[in-house]
Design a protein around this ligand. Sequence first.
Ligand SMILES: Nc1ncnc2c1ncn2[C@@H]1O[C@H](COP(=O)(O)OP(=O)(O)O)[C@@H](O)[C@H]1O
Ligand SMILES: [Mg+2]
Length: 243
Amino acid sequence: MKLELRQVSKSFGSRTVLSGLDLQVQAGEVVSFIGSSGSGKTTLLRCVNLLEPIDDGAILLDGEEISQIGLDPNPIRRRIGIVFQSFNLFPHMSVQRNITLALTQVLGKSPEEANDSAKTLLARFGLVEKIDSYPDQLSGGQQQRVAIVRALAMNPEVLLLDEITSALDPELVGEVLDVVRELKGSGITMLIATHEMNFAQEISDRVCFLDGGRIAEQGQPKQIFASPTDDRTKQFLRRVNFK
Ligand SMILES: Nc1ncnc2c1ncn2[C@@H]1O[C@H](COP(=O)(O)OP(=O)(O)O)[C@@H](O)[C@H]1O
Ligand SMILES: [Mg+2]
């Protein structure tokens, strides 16, 4: 699986957010997106998941243009999972049901098969004892881990993670980042929008700095964080006290 963005542009009214953005992501690669608030990280991920239509350019998955107007987005969204800052679990459903809902209703799995998948994944991430709990009985960290499990249960090829620790108390950030660490190397491709610079440095194969609707600078984490070349990257890293 290879993901490619070609000259992708996206505006909201008169506000241009993505402006001829190019990106290629290889199968299994972990790419982080950093940049100021409003630089378009969320919009980029939402466009890849077809939650936002793009205005111009193309998004390709394994060479197939998924951004074509009129294409049914649902089969593509099954291949590309997304996890949001705000978890978005269904509050009136148990952890188990949150995970199995799409498995039974979208993938057509039997309830037994779906429950088995949910249990296996919850066990993998240390959550199996929460299987019958409801979201409001869980900590934010546990809720976010369940949200990641829910996305993973669909067996996506690509996982998009949008500031998944931003809504959490500091002491709960670690357990969520541990899940991502565990996933790295499992073969899944990950695109991660984050303001956790230390985490981006540790987890990423490549870091992209977004500015002005494009990737202003990209490279291996060591290069981006230790010796950025673009003035805007330097300024940003200074502003977030990373340099
Ligand atoms: N649905 C929307 N309608 C109007 N403006 C939006 C919408 N979504 C995002 N924007 C604007 O697009 C810009 C980029 O936002 P976003 O992609 O959320 O950036 P980031 O995730 O990097 O903070 C911001 O100026 C934001 O206000
Ligand atoms: Mg955002």
